[in-house]
Design a protein around this ligand. Structure first.
Ligand SMILES: Cc1cc2nc3c(=O)[nH]c(=O)nc-3n(C[C@H](O)[C@H](O)[C@H](O)COP(=O)(O)O)c2cc1C
Length: 340
């Protein structure tokens, strides 16, 4: 029933400014979940479990980071059918992000451009929110990043602080070093920086595993704007450094597919349909270069079951949705689960 209501709801929401529409829909989801309405009108799909890194995901479709930045809508999003939800990006200290407007629709291209800039309540408040989730039984990913004011030379300390705090509460952790909206962040994807970050987090992971008796795998999330040589070099570092899994991809700086659109020149990351093919190619190359030992979660412009299956054929073990979910609603989750 919810699936048939979504197109009408979307028409109303798309009359609002994009960020306001986001807050209105998240609040609506929370209220309808609390009242039990969401559960009764949501579609359910049969379990299609996928196991990677010792974690069994109930189905292959997850919510990509950035939609539930505050980690306060986990139960409602879970009720829609997502098998995993990645909350955040959460940084050690709270931060406001960039000035609004900072989120733009390009409906003619089924795309979004955002320069949110990691607006988030900080890791402590985000974790408190996540811990108050009561009904979500899927896999919870916690996506972490560095504060804008932290210089890149000290970035690893920010990741370490957030990692240590997230560890007891996460099923997995993602270190996001590929947002285009924190100045200089993508420089951390260079071979040397990536190797150092990986070493810091691997050491911390084994210390925390010894203390807690629990192994929490972690991923790095990469940009689609890497050339063949950069992917090859980065893959070698990630494979040799023992990365658990990879999330590919984040948003792109590339604008050629949307050139001429009134919002095309807005600064930020482009997501949605213009990214579909390229992110799949990036996944395929990472899959070849990383080999079987490092699983990949694929994201980037998934709008149909075919898009998701193309990511699977390129080597993705699971997929995540953001922009396709905004445009298509929860029906997309179940179409993919059925087809997987
Ligand atoms: C408005 C918006 C905010 C986002 N914020 C984050 C974020 O905080 N952390 C992150 O790792 N990715 C973030 N992303 C990237 C998405 O998680 C995803 O990787 C990307 O949008 C590609 O998938 P899509 O084409 O399905 O949207 C954001 C994307 C959008 C559209």
């Amino acid at each position: 029933m919810l699936n048939s209501l979504y197109p009408a709801a979307r028409n109303l929401l798309f009359r609002l400014d994009a960020e306001r529409a986001h807050h209105v829909s998240m609040a609506g989801l929370r209220v309808s979940e609390k009242l039990g309405i969401l559960q009764s009108i949501s579609e359910t799909s049969p379990a299609k479990p996928v196991t990677i890194c010792g974690l069994t995901f109930p189905n292959p479709v997850g919510l990509a980071a950035g939609l539930d930045k505050e980690a306060n809508t986990v139960d409602a999003l879970g009720a829609l059918g997502f098998g995993h939800i990645e909350v955040g990006t959460l940084t050690p200290k709270p931060q406001d992000g960039n000035e609004a407007p900072r989120l733009f629709r390009l409906p003619e291209h089924q795309a979004l451009i955002n320069r949110m800039g990691f607006n988030n309540p900080g890791i402590d408040a985000g974790l408190a929110n996540a811990r108050s989730s009561t009904s979500f039984s899927g896999i919870l990913g916690i996506n972490i990043g560095k504060n804008k004011i932290t210089p890149n030379e000290e970035a690893n300390e920010d990741y370490a602080i957030a990692f240590e705090k997230a560890y007891p509460w996460a099923d997995y952790i993602t270190a996001n070093f590929s947002s285009p909206n924190t100045p200089g962040l993508r420089d951390l994807q260079s071979e040397d920086s990536a190797a150092r970050l990986l070493e810091v987090l691997k050491n911390l992971q084994s210390k925390l595993q010894q203390e807690s008796g629990r192994y929490v795998p972690f991923a790095l999330k990469v940009a689609p704007d890497l050339d063949t040589a950069q992917i090859a070099r980065l893959s070698r570092v990630l494979r040799d450094g023992g990365l658990d899994f990879l999330i590919a991809t984040n948003t792109t700086l590339e604008r050629s597919a949307v050139a001429g659109h009134q919002n095309a020149k807005e600064a930020g990351g482009l997501s949605g349909a213009p990214l579909t093919k390229h992110s799949t190619e990036v996944i395929a190359q990472f899959h070849t270069d990383l080999g079987q030992k490092v699983p990949i979660i694929g994201a980037g412009g998934i709008f149909t079951a075919e898009d998701a299956l193309a990511k699977k054929a390129a080597g993705a073990s699971l997929v995540q949705l953001y922009t396709g979910f905004v445009y298509r609603g929860p029906a997309l989750i179940h179409e993919i689960i059925r087809a997987w």
